[in-house]
Design a protein. Structure first.
Length: 368
């Protein structure tokens, strides 16, 4: 089988027949051996009847969500290539040949682009103005900055993929975030990617409702981008805070603004504390990303070649034992130097926090 066309479907009876007709025409016109797969996500209208009448393959997807429907459709596809597009006739299946010709040039994924920034066109009333001017451009820009994706429209629902390349990866997204996940993973695994301009048409449904949830889908997308880009969201700010704290400590020491115990270390200690915590969050997100099928982080691998729970426990216990001793001593001596007490309390809390964070990181990486 050369080409499988996967159509995620949820109550698309008004437009499904139009889409099937276009696909069949394009397959016949261009002598492409292909199949049509309707990945139905629980339709209660006549969508299933239309699919049966046209003798197309029907995949019943019980778990709700766009991502679930598309993933299950691809799983059941037998074609060398898989074209994906919605069943509401907003994407023109007459573009099938354009996508097919492009991917046969050696690409692993070809993404459609509806936005003018990538040469695409959006027909009147085809896309909400908030999506056209804010949502899609914003998330596409973030994807470029955080993941170096050279894609202008990350949420375009029309794309074609090479099935063998797709099968080498693991996907987990159940909803619209799948559109981003597939692009980022293809990029991280260094598969060949490109983008072609298309025209987005007005949804062909009259009584049917759009399945998009602007606010919830937008928040899920933002969370996805932030969690799976630990370098810029966690490591860079965390290391910056650590360096600021260390610089402040060095300045205090070289300026001789201390007695037996430093008296102006509260601010740098807080910076160190925040920096360490943010870096730990970066480790958590990196480990989580690996378990969800994202490419392994080289820095993370080097870190765990050095890191061990024993080293962390020894450092942590030594640190809070030392600071705890002086803290108790000052309290028992009724020392009224609030600065001294606060400084030692911060040091104590820092090492206690380091201990528990290291424990959690070690539990996430079983071999450590």
């Amino acid at each position: 089988m050369e080409l499988s066309v996967v159509i995620p479907c949820l109550n698309e009876s008004e437009t499904l027949q139009i889409c099937i007709n276009k696909i069949r025409h394009q397959l016949k016109e261009n002598n492409i051996i292909g199949e049509i797969i309707v990945a139905d996500n629980g339709s209660t209208d006549s969508s299933i009847d239309i699919a049966k009448k046209n003798n197309v393959r029907i995949v019943n997807v019980k778990l709700k969500g766009y991502g679930n429907a598309v993933r299950e459709g691809i799983k059941n596809a037998t074609g060398k290539y898989v074209l994906i597009a919605d069943a509401d006739n907003s994407y023109d299946f007459n573009d099938l040949k354009k996508f097919y010709d492009k991917i046969t040039l050696g690409f692993d994924i070809v993404q459609g682009c509806r936005l003018p920034s990538g040469g695409g066109k959006i027909k009147k009333n085809a896309m909400p103005i908030t999506h056209r001017l804010i949502g899609n451009p914003f998330f596409s820009l973030l994807s470029k900055l955080l993941f170096k994706l050279k894609i202008n429209d990350v949420y375009c629902g029309m794309k074609i993929i090479k099935k063998d390349s797709y099968d080498k990866m693991f996907f987990y997204s159940t909803g619209m975030v799948f559109c981003l996940e597939i692009l980022i993973k293809f990029k991280q695994f260094k598969f060949n990617m490109t983008e072609i301009p298309i025209t987005l048409h007005k949804d062909g449904r009259i009584t049917g409702k759009s399945h998009l949830k602007t606010i919830s889908d937008g928040l899920r997308t933002l969370k996805f981008l932030l969690i799976f880009s630990p370098k810029w969201i966690f490591f860079v700010p965390g290391v910056s805070l650590l360096l600021m704290g260390l610089s402040k400590i060095i300045f205090e020491i070289t300026s001789n603004y201390f007695t037996i115990v430093p008296i102006k270390f509260n601010t740098p200690l807080i910076l160190l504390f925040l920096g360490m915590q943010i870096i730990m969050l970066g480790f958590y997100s990196s480990i989580r990303a690996e378990t969800l099928g994202f490419k392994k982080n080289k820095f993370l691998k080097k870190f765990f070649n050095f890191f061990s729970l024993k080293k962390s426990i020894f450092l942590s216990i030594s640190g809070f034992a030392f600071s705890g001793f002086f803290l108790v001593k000052y309290l028992l001596d009724n020392d009224e130097n609030i600065q001294l007490i606060t400084t030692n309390l911060l040091i104590f809390v820092f090492f206690v926090n380091l201990f528990f964070n290291s424990l959690f990181v070690s539990l996430l990486k079983e071999n450590n």
